[in-house]
Design a binder for this molecule. Structure first.
Ligand code: SF4
Length: 213
């Protein structure tokens, strides 16, 4: 992390306050009504829009009310349903692997354990953190493409590596803000701090953003 720690902590405080004011209702952009529903949506979300994931997952869960049914379904049938989300082969394998873990090893529950969740192919640290944070309220930082870009531009991190960005965020934001700062940075990244043409003139962080000043 560049700069001194006190300065970056103050930057984090300013960032959190400004983003909370700008996006008071910030929340997870994936719809879900149970832990397994969020996990499957997380798997489907790789290189796919949240809108498409939400439509496809609603279709999947409309056909299968129980993870046991997904666990032992013909993979070709699951592939056909989740095809609109892309990366069909790997996502089909992940969805079925997750359903089998739940059925055969986790007693029908989703564990509040990042390492256990990451045993499922297709569930990386980002999705595992999303699950434990959203479902169980376990402090965890979800570093997606928006979060990574925004945190680097603001000056919270100087890294492009998600694991380093996660650590840099954890150093300067209080634990109780970890889940929310992920959602807030996605909102900022979508509305102002877009990848190609950031709208710095309108951005609520413009007065202290490292890239801007
Ligand atoms: S001022 Fe510009 S670069 Fe900085 S966070 Fe806002 S949009 Fe992004």
């Amino acid at each position: 992390m560049g700069g001194n720690n006190t300065k970056i902590r103050f930057l984090a405080k300013q960032t959190y306050e400004a983003l909370s004011t700008e996006f008071p209702d910030s929340t997870c952009s994936l719809d879900y009504d149970c832990p397994q529903n969020l996990a499957i949506r997380g798997i489907l979300s790789a290189q796919c829009t949240d809108k498409r994931v939400n439509i496809t997952a609603t279709d999947l869960f409309g056909r299968y009310s129980d993870m046991k049914l997904i666990a032992y379904e013909d993979p070709a049938v699951i592939a056909d349903i989740i095809k609109p989300c892309g990366l069909t082969v790997s996502k089909t394998r992940s969805v079925i692997a997750f359903a089998r873990k739940m059925t055969e090893e986790w007693g029908g529950t989703v564990p509040n354990d990042v390492d256990m969740l990451m045993e499922v192919p297709g569930i990386g640290r980002k999705i595992a953190n999303l699950i434990v944070g959203e479902i169980y309220g376990t402090p965890a930082v979800v570093v997606d493409t928006h979060c990574k870009r925004v945190m680097r531009r603001i000056g919270i991190t100087d890294s492009d590596d998600p694991a380093r960005v996660e650590k840099d965020i954890m150093k300067v934001f209080p634990e109780e803000q970890w889940i929310k700062i992920g959602h807030l940075s996605v909102d900022l990244g979508r509305k102002y701090c877009t990848a190609k043409s950031p709208k710095c003139d309108e951005c609520p962080l413009a007065s202290f953003c490292k890239r801007r000043i």
